[in-house]
Design a protein around this ligand. Structure first.
Ligand code: NDP
Ligand code: HEM
Length: 501
C-alpha cells in the first residue's frame, strides 16, 4: 500500500518524524529543528479548559424524525411536516466530576441535544431530571462550589453540600431524585431526558403556548446501586463511554421519543404552582405528554475531541417558532453558555464542525478574532457592515416572536420557602416510589450525608420532615444504624411506563 507523505502543517514534506537534528550523534539538538519544536509546542496546547461544570461527557450523532403534527403549537420549520428529519448531536455528562472522573458516580446527568435544522441550530441543554436544585441564578455558582473540591482538603465535601441544601429547602425535590434509584443510571442509554425549564412555542397565527420538553427513553430504565457502581468503578472508570460506543458500533442504536407538555399562555396565571419555577414539574394528569418525534443515535463521532469536547451547547440557540419563558434561571443560562464558549473555545467557536449549522445557510457580520478560518463577504468584500448598498444579508421581521405581556414592578423578589416546595417531593415520595424504593432512598441519603456534622444532619432532617415524617425518620434510622447497603436494584421496580400514562 502506498502511504501519503507526512507533511508539516504548512504542507511541506517532512524528512523524519522520530530523529531530532543534532550536532553529532550524541547531541546537542539544533534549535533549527523546527518540526521538533512544533511537535512539542502542539502537545502543550492539546488541552483546552474543561467545562466548568459537566466536564465528563459522552456523545453521539444521529437523526431526529418528526412523527406527530404539532403545527398548532409551533411554526418551527422542522415541525412543519410529519416525516421531516434533521441531524442531531448529543452530549450526556455528569455535573460535578472533572474530565477524568469515573462515569458511574451518583450525580445528575446532563442531557444536551443539538438539532441541526434548516432554520439554524436548536439546542436543548437539559438534564436527566425534570427539575433543578435552585431557582435563582445567583445561587448557581455557590451551589456548584459545594459540589466541587474544598479549597483546603481538595476533596469533595458532603458537609458543604448538605449545609447548602439545608439552607435552600427548594432543593429537596432534586436531592430526592438524586438519592433515589435514578441517581446512578447504568449508562446514558437507560435514562430519560428533560429540557427541565419551561420554554415557549408560537404558531403561524402568533398564538403562544408554554412547553416542557421530555425525552422518553426507549430502552429500559436501568440503574446501579451504590455497591454495584463502586464495584464497577473498581474495574473501569469509563463504563459509559464503553457501553455507548460499543452499542452504536454494534448497530444497537439508542432512541428517545421527544414529547411536549403544553400550557396555553393565559393558563400560567391559573395553575396552583408557578409554571416558571425550575424546582417544579407540571403534573402529567393536568398536562399530558404529547408525542412529537423520535431521536435515534446511530453514529459514533469520527473524532471525539472534534465533535464532543468542542461541542458548544447553549439554551440561547433557538429557532423561529420556539422561544424562552420568564423562568429566571433560563434567562441567566441564555447569557452564561455563550460566554463560557467564548472563553473555553474561542471567539468563532460556532464555526467549529460540531457547532456550525449543517442545514442552514450562514449569513452573519461577525468579523475578526481567533479561528477566523471562514469567509462571509457575501460575494462582495464591501458588504462587511450593515446596512450596506452591496446586497448584504438583512434581518427578516417575519421571524419575530409575538409580543409578550409583562406585568409587575421591577424588584429583587425573595425566593422564599413556601409549602409548595414540599408538595411535589411529597407526591414523589408517597405516590411514585414504592416501599422498597423509599427504603433504598433512605439508605442512599444516609450514605451521602454520613460524613456530615450532626448540626448539618439535623438541619437537613428538618427539611425532610416537612416533605414527610416517614422520610426524615427513615433516613435518621438508616444513618443511626449505619444501614446504607443497597443490593442490586430490581429492574422491574423501575421500568418505564407508557408515555401517556
Ligand atoms: P406521574 O405518576 O404521572 O409521574 C411520575 C413520574 O415520575 C414518571 O415520569 C416516572 O418516570 C417518574 N419517576 C419514577 N421514579 C422516579 C425517580 N426515582 N426519580 C425521578 N422520577 C421518577 O405523576 P406526576 O406527573 O403527578 O408527578 C408526580 C411526581 O413525580 C412529581 O412531583 C415529581 O416529583 C415526579 N416526576 C414528575 C415528572 C413530570 O414531568 N410530571 C417527571 C419525572 C418525575 P417513568 O415514567 O419512567 O416511570
Ligand atoms: C454546562 C452554566 C443551570 C445543564 C454548563 C456550563 C456552564 C453552565 C457555564 C459549561 C458550558 C460549556 O463550557 O460548554 C449554568 C448556569 C446555570 C446552569 C449559570 C444556572 C443559572 C443548568 C440547568 C441545567 C444545566 C438548570 C439543566 C436543566 C447543563 C448541561 C451542561 C451544562 C447539560 C453540559 C453541556 C454540554 O454537554 O456541553 N452550565 N448552568 N445547567 N449545563 Fe448548565
Amino acid at each position: 500500500m502506498t502511504k501519503d507523505r507526512l507533511t508539516t502543517s504548512a504542507g511541506a514534506p517532512v524528512p523524519s518524524n522520530n530523529t531530532s537534528a543534532t550536532a553529532g550523534p550524541r547531541g546537542p539538538v539544533m534549535l533549527e529543528d523546527y518540526q521538533l519544536v512544533e511537535k512539542l509546542a502542539h502537545q502543550n496546547r492539546e488541552r483546552i479548559p474543561e467545562r466548568v461544570v459537566h466536564a465528563k461527557g459522552w456523545g453521539a450523532e444521529g437523526t431526529f424524525t418528526v412523527t406527530h403534527d404539532i403545527t398548532k403549537y409551533t411554526c418551527a420549520k422542522i415541525f412543519s411536516q410529519v416525516g421531516n428529519t434533521c441531524d442531531i448531536l448529543s452530549r450526556w455528562s455528569t455535573v460535578a466530576g472533572e474530565l477524568g472522573a469515573a462515569d458511574a458516580e451518583r450525580d445528575v446527568r446532563g442531557f444536551s441535544i443539538k438539532f441541526y435544522t434548516e432554520e439554524g441550530n436548536w439546542d436543548v441543554v437539559g438534564n436527566n431530571t425534570p427539575i433543578f436544585f435552585v431557582r435563582d441564578a445567583f445561587k448557581f455558582p455557590d451551589f456548584i462550589r459545594t459540589q466541587k473540591r474544598h479549597p483546603k482538603t481538595n476533596l469533595r465535601s458532603p458537609e458543604a453540600m448538605f449545609d447548602f441544601w439545608a439552607a435552600q429547602p427548594e432543593s429537596v425535590h432534586q436531592v430526592t431524585i438524586l438519592m433515589s434509584d435514578r441517581g446512578i443510571p447504568v449508562n446514558p442509554m437507560h435514562m430519560h431526558g428533560y429540557g427541565s425549564h419551561t420554554y415557549s412555542m408560537w404558531n403561524a397565527q402568533g398564538g403562544r403556548h408554554w412547553v416542557k420538553f421530555h425525552f422518553r427513553c426507549q430502552q429500559e430504565i436501568k440503574n446501579y446501586s451504590n455497591g454495584e457502581a463502586e464495584k464497577l468503578i473498581g474495574s473501569t472508570r469509563e463504563s459509559y463511554q464503553e457501553d455507548l460506543y460499543n452499542a452504536i458500533d454494534e448497530g444497537q442504536f439508542p432512541k428517545w421519543e421527544l414529547n411536549i407538555q403544553v400550557m396555553p399562555e393565559e393558563q400560567a396565571n391559573d395553575v396552583d404552582f408557578n409554571p416558571f419555577d425550575l424546582t417544579k414539574v407540571w403534573p402529567h394528569d393536568q398536562f399530558p405528554l404529547i408525542p412529537v418525534g423520535m431521536l435515534e443515535f446511530n453514529k459514533n463521532p469520527e473524532n471525539y475531541f472534534q465533535m464532543v469536547e468542542n461541542a458548544a451547547f447553549s439554551p440561547s440557540n433557538k429557532i423561529p417558532g420556539i422561544g424562552f419563558s420568564p423562568d429566571k434561571m433560563l434567562q441567566a443560562r441564555v447569557f452564561s453558555y455563550a460566554d463560557a464558549h467564548r472563553y473555553r473555545l474561542g471567539t468563532h467557536y460556532e464555526a467549529l464542525p460540531a457547532n456550525a449549522p449543517k442545514a442552514a445557510k450562514l449569513n452573519h457580520y461577525h468579523k475578526d478574532g481567533s479561528m477566523r478560518f471562514f469567509t462571509n463577504d457575501f460575494g462582495n468584500p464591501d458588504a462587511y457592515y450593515e446596512p450596506n448598498q452591496y446586497g448584504g444579508p438583512v434581518a427578516d421581521p417575519s421571524v419575530k416572536e409575538p409580543p409578550l405581556k409583562i406585568s409587575g414592578d421591577m424588584d429583587r423578589y425573595e425566593q422564599v420557602e413556601t409549602d409548595a416546595d414540599y408538595v411535589q417531593p411529597r407526591k414523589l415520595y408517597t405516590e411514585v416510589l414504592d416501599a422498597a424504593q423509599r427504603d433504598r432512598l433512605h439508605k442512599n441519603m444516609a450514605a451521602a450525608f454520613g460524613p456530615c456534622s450532626q448540626p448539618v444532619k439535623e438541619r437537613w432532617l428538618a427539611v425532610l420532615e416537612k416533605v414527610h415524617p416517614d422520610y426524615a425518620a427513615g433516613v435518621r434510622a438508616a444513618d443511626e444504624a449505619g444501614d446504607t447497603d443497597v443490593n442490586a436494584i430490581p429492574v422491574s421496580d423501575d421500568t418505564p411506563v407508557d408515555s401517556n400514562d
